[in-house]
Structure formats: structure tokens, C-alpha cells
Design a protein around this ligand. Structure first.
Ligand SMILES: Nc1ncnc2c1ncn2[C@@H]1O[C@H](COP(=O)(O)OP(=O)(O)OP(=O)(O)O)[C@@H](O)[C@H]1O
Ligand SMILES: [Mg+2]
Length: 280
């Protein structure tokens, strides 16, 4: 390269585009029920970047859980494609693990047995299972509660077990369906911080559904707003608020501006969804 050519070269090399880890392409999903067909998703497309925390907000019934169920492989799209690392999801995808709103723990198993369940199903040896469980129990702060049963734990602790159980599956993508919705406000804040710490430590991709715009802004790298049913992605906002997003950040003009913008985008859809339910 001549000096002239070198001088005209950009000082920062352009970054190659990063291949999405999860992608929905023009997805349509119909549910066929006794009362006719419900189109849950239509023209639904989104690309999820590896390592990002993508929050999805949208009115009740707009198809958020339907989308997560497809990524996990519990449901197939009626049309369009759901891709994981560029390949269509054809069955239950072990590298994409769901964390549900209700803890979904086995009440008859101890904390340790709940956490070891996934690795046991994968045929991991007893010794290795113990090591995996120890690692993640420590990560979520449950050391000392290994032999407790879910009924002996608080809501926050149960949700930690659920998080731990998901991590023990060693997924690449964590699919979080309003995991903290049942928790009180303070425990919820603590869990949001915990999730982010764990995600940072283990470099997971997270798709996080929430009804709370604050929660979406506190945890995410991007926020996607869905339209009322049939759900599609209406808008995506980059969230570059400084981290950690403690109270000062949550009270900043920038945070409140984004919150207002997201709310305005969601509000129309919430009303559209209510009107649909009322049949007007
Ligand atoms: N198994 C099913 N059979 C028939 N209709 C269904 C089924 N599951 C979901 N639906 C319908 O599909 C639409 C989308 O449902 P989904 O559970 O994905 O919504 P959501 O956005 O997760 O709602 P919420 O915020 O209340 O959890 C809703 O209208 C729902 O009634
Ligand atoms: Mg749902």
C-alpha cells in the first residue's frame, strides 16, 4: 500500500457485521382453537445479537410468550422462520433455556436436585453434576440452601433457583418470560442486578420479556416494542444509558425521555388490545 493510499484509509477498521444468534424472519403464528383461529404473530421479524440483553415489551396477548416458545422449540411457526445460529429451530433447543414467570420448580426435589435435573437429563456424570450445581449455586448466592425444598424458600430465593437451574443447562440464550413479575419491588431490583452480573460473568444472550418499562431500561442493551396482536416488532430502541443503572440513572432526563418514548409507543398498542378484547 502506498503512503497516499495509507493516508486515505480509515483509522478504525470497519467492523464486520455480527451474525445474529437468534433470528425471526417474517414469522406468522396461528393458534387453532374451539372459537376459531387466533393469529398471534404476523410479519414478526427480529435479529438478536450474541451477548446482548434484548428486552421485549408489549400489550398483554400480543404474542411475546409465543415468540419465546418458538425460540425454545416448544412451538413451530405457521409460516416464516425461527433461526438459531443461522439454522431453523426444529425441535426443543437445549442451548436456549426458558425461565418462566412462575418458578416452575419441582416441589418434591431439593434445591440441589432441581439444579442438577437438566444436567442429569443430558447424561452428565454425578461428579460433574455436583460441580456444575456448586458453581451456579455459588453464582446466584444459594450456598447453604442446597438441601432445602422450594416451599422453604422466599419468592426471591425460588427465582434464584430457577435462574440457577437455567444456568446449569449451560445455554447460550436465556429466554426470560417475565421472570421477576411475581416478586416484590425490592427483591425485583436485587434480582435485576443479579441477572446482569451473571450475564456479564457468563456472557449469555438474554431475551427478556417484561411489562415494566423501567425494568426493560434497567437491564437491556436494546428495547423492542411489539404491536398489539397480531404481534410484530413495532420499534427497536438502542439503550446506551450508563451502567450500572442505579437510582441516579433512573431519575436522569435521558432515562425519563426513553421511558416516555417507549410508553407512547406501547400505549397505543395497549388501547388497541383492550378495544379488541371488548370487540369494539
Ligand atoms: N394454546 C393457545 N391456543 C389458543 N390461543 C392461544 C394459545 N396460546 C396463546 N394464544 C393466544 O395467542 C395470543 C398471544 O398469546 P401470548 O401468550 O403469546 O401473549 P403474551 O404477549 O405473552 O401475553 P401476556 O403478556 O399476557 O403474557 C393471545 O391472544 C392468546 O390468547
Ligand atoms: Mg406471556
Amino acid at each position: 500500500m502506498s503512503p497516499e493510499q495509507a493516508a486515505t484509509q480509515p483509522t478504525v477498521a470497519p467492523q464486520p457485521p455480527v451474525a445474529p444468534i437468534v433470528e425471526a424472519r417474517d414469522v406468522i403464528h396461528h393458534f387453532y382453537g374451539k372459537h376459531g383461529t387466533v393469529t398471534a404473530l404476523e410479519n414478526f421479524s427480529i435479529s438478536v445479537r450474541p451477548g446482548e440483553v434484548l428486552a421485549i415489551v408489549g400489550a398483554s396477548g400480543c404474542g411475546k410468550t409465543t415468540f419465546l416458545n418458538m425460540v425454545a422449540g416448544f412451538l413451530r411457526p405457521s409460516a416464516g422462520k425461527i433461526l438459531f445460529r443461522g439454522e431453523p429451530v426444529r425441535g426443543i433447543e437445549p442451548l436456549c433455556t426458558m425461565i418462566f414467570q412462575q418458578y416452575a420448580l419441582f416441589p418434591w426435589k431439593t434445591v440441589r436436585k432441581n439444579v442438577e435435573f437438566g444436567p442429569q437429563m443430558r447424561g452428565v456424570s454425578r461428579k460433574e453434576r455436583t460441580e456444575i450445581a456448586d458453581l451456579y449455586l455459588k453464582m446466584v448466592g444459594l450456598v447453604g440452601f442446597e438441601n432445602s425444598y422450594p416451599s422453604q424458600l422466599s419468592g426471591g430465593m425460588r427465582q434464584r433457583v430457577a435462574l440457577c437451574r437455567a444456568l446449569a443447562n449451560e445455554p447460550e440464550v436465556m429466554l426470560c418470560d417475565e421472570p421477576f413479575a411475581a416478586l416484590d419491588a425490592m427483591t425485583r431490583q436485587v434480582m435485576q442486578g443479579e441477572l446482569l452480573r451473571i450475564v456479564d460473568e457468563s456472557s449469555k444472550t438474554v431475551i427478556f420479556i417484561t411489562h415494566s418499562i423501567d425494568e426493560a431500561l434497567i437491564i437491556s442493551d436494546r428495547v423492542a416494542v411489539m404491536s398489539a396482536r397480531p404481534g410484530r416488532i413495532k420499534r427497536i430502541m438502542q439503550n446506551d444509558l450508563p451502567r450500572p443503572r442505579h437510582v441516579e440513572v433512573q431519575l436522569s432526563d435521558e432515562f425519563l425521555k426513553m421511558k416516555r418514548e417507549i410508553w407512547e409507543s406501547v400505549e397505543e398498542e395497549v388501547f388497541a388490545s383492550i378495544r379488541r378484547q371488548e370487540g369494539t
